[in-house]
Design a protein around this ligand. Structure first.
Ligand code: KIV
Length: 283
């Protein structure tokens, strides 16, 4: 049985913190499940970390459906949340249609969308049809071109009140959790204590109910870049580069593969073949 919206509500009630991570394929989803994390996000961050774009804007609903299917196949316990990409929820009707497609074709157990109070109507329309929705406030990458270099949101009194108000409106509309991205820690603490549903922070300090991190940041898949909000729990880029170099060196030196990496011919077949075709040139 997968983790449910109710389980998350229970975590909050028990004041039990939880971790969420992004994943984009079958193998990584299996690893998340084995490690016991309750939540996987098929984030539109795949636009940058998987597809190599410079923003999440080019990601399509079809992309998220495609990756969600793999992640759902790779996991059995974690709740899989699929991101609704840019322009796939311009109003309640389109949001519902997109969420329904991601739910039915992508097989996710919940969807996430970015944006504040204006999104309340979209959230309500989706939730009303039985699809759980996670909100996302603060720095919302789909609006990156509007924010410019100003990543941290909620630093002024007006912005701080707007975020508090938007979080409440999303929760009132039925969102089961709200991501707070790059919000000052004190504001994130305030919103977390005011909201009945769990908050999930990224770059928003230690006091949100849960935390979310991007797979590539967490595992050090970029050797030369660690975002401020991330902590590398492994340095896989170095490990992988080292392994690839060793592999290439061994192939060039004739050390890999060895006999044991291939199957052998039965003795009499080999003898017969050698009689027919002679010794191979490089044996
Ligand atoms: O797309 C994503 O990975 C996200 C997280 C950073 C919250 O939205």
């Amino acid at each position: 049985m997968r983790v449910t919206v109710q389980d998350l509500a229970d975590y909050k009630r028990r004041d039990e913190k939880f971790a969420m991570v992004t994943a984009y394929d079958y193998t990584s989803a299996q690893l998340v499940d084995r490690a016991g994390l309750p939540l996987i996000l098929v984030g539109d961050s795949l636009g940058t970390v998987v597809q190599g774009h410079d923003s999440t804007i080019p990601v399509t609903l079809q992309d998220i459906v495609y990756h969600s299917r793999m992640v759902v196949r790779g996991s059995q316990r974690a709740m899989v949340v699929g991101d609704l990409p840019f322009m796939s929820y311009r109003d309640a009707a389109q949001g519902l249609e997109s969420a329904a497609r991601l739910f039915q074709e992508g097989r996710v157990q919940a969807v996430k969308l970015e944006g504040g109070g204006k999104m309340a109507e979209v959230v309500a329309a989706i939730v009303e049809h039985g699809i759980p929705v996670m909100g996302h406030l603060g720095y919302t990458p789909q609006s990156a071109y509007q924010f410019g270099k100003q990543i941290v949101r909620g630093k002024t009194r007006e912005q701080a009140h707007a975020i508090r108000d938007e979080a409440r409106r999303l929760a009132d509309a039925g969102a089961f959790a709200v991501v707070l991205e790059c919000v000052p820690a004190a504001l994130a603490r305030m919103v977390t204590s005011e909201l009945a549903v769990p908050t999930i922070g990224i770059g928003s300090g230690p006091d949100t109910d849960g935390q979310v991190q991007v797979w590539h940041d967490l595992l050090g898949l970029y050797a030369d870049f660690v975002p401020r909000h991330a902590k590398q729990y492994a340095r896989l880029a170095e490990t992988i580069e080292g392994a690839l170099t060793d592999y290439q060196d061994e192939v060039r030196a004739g050390l890999f593969p060895t006999e044991r990496h291939a199957s052998s011919l039965p003795e009499e077949t080999l003898r017969a073949l050698l009689q027919e075709v002679g010794q191979p040139r490089r044996a």
